[in-house]
Design a binder for this molecule. Sequence first.
Ligand SMILES: Cc1cc2nc3c(=O)[nH]c(=O)nc-3n(C[C@H](O)[C@H](O)[C@H](O)COP(=O)(O)OP(=O)(O)OC[C@H]3O[C@@H](n4cnc5c(N)ncnc54)[C@H](O)[C@@H]3O)c2cc1C
Ligand code: FES
Length: 327
Amino acid sequence: MKKIFPSVVENTLIADNIFKLVLEDSFPHDEFKPGKFLHVKCSKGLDPLLRRPMSICDISDDERYLTVLYRKEGRGTTLLSEYQAGEKIDILAPLGNNFELPAEYENGENSTGDLQKQCLTKKVLLIGGGIGVPPLYYLGRKLKAAGHSIISILGFNAAKDVFYENEFKSLGEVFITTVDGSYGMKGFVTDALAKIESLNDAEIVDCESSSDRTAHNRTSSRLRRTNDRSVPLVHEDHEDHEDAEIVDWEPSYDVMYSCGPKAMLKALQSRISSDKLAYMSLEERMGCGVGACLACVCNYNEGFERDKNYSRVCTEGPVYKLHEISL
Ligand SMILES: Cc1cc2nc3c(=O)[nH]c(=O)nc-3n(C[C@H](O)[C@H](O)[C@H](O)COP(=O)(O)OP(=O)(O)OC[C@H]3O[C@@H](n4cnc5c(N)ncnc54)[C@H](O)[C@@H]3O)c2cc1C
Ligand code: FES
């Protein structure tokens, strides 16, 4: 981790309140790995004092350009949106751990040693919600370059919030959901998985011949039902839907990576079996970003504790196994 002062190349609006920030400096791929984050000093003065964590959305092949996508939320990100091309930004990076790529297991490099058997797996499911989508793009680019096949499910509130659809399409099949149904499939990412599962061949043909924008929601024979248990359907932000039940599903994939709001990750925890190879990246509120203040602490679930029963997301995370942390 070091302090860097990259130049702003671009800082533009790409969707409702979503900005694309491109920085120029030296960003070696072997240090700036997918899943790691930057701690950005958004103000040019002392207010706000605390840096804001931002994921790496992409790094160019020549390692000169790093892209961040951010949502203008509060004081920090509003100040960030005011940076102009040519200005320099004060950043601590790279911070946190990173997503483990299947290829790393093949090389025997994974630290835990418990995933070696899955090393030959190649079908990857990326599930992103809202501003949790960005880190999955850089990850997806690395996975694709390593020869893995990728399906992405990206969830947003409404059509105006959708971003990076084409970029994800360049990686593989993409399914978009919106809560209000104004674009893609209506509902949540979990609903998309269930819907994809339930579509039959006739519907696929209908979708493919349609010029409607939902056509890209067509299903894939690679997604299949594996059992018929019923489980509660937990919606991301509607606790009153928790009683609803749908038939359990389990698409055919070898590894799943996710990032998004806590409620979405919680829904995935309740839907995906703990013996599946699955990861999540947590976007907790942070203070120091380097393990000193404990602002970002969360608890391990039983059976996942390490030397202590809590974890600092900024240092031990932000990437965890899906069932490792209590949300
Ligand atoms: C590892 C990590 C990676 C992240 N990557 C990105 C990214 O790539 N793009 C992006 O836009 N954001 C990302 N975030 C979230 C981002 O850091 C916050 O949105 C940002 O700090 C808000 O700062 P602000 O001063 O604009 O808003 P504040 O004034 O601090 O807050 C505005 C609103 O956002 C809420 N909020 C602030 N931080 C978070 C958070 N971490 N999670 C949920 N709600 C929050 C507050 O409760 C408040 O309602 C990431 C967070 C983490 C921990
Ligand atoms: S943000 Fe300070 S310990 Fe994690």
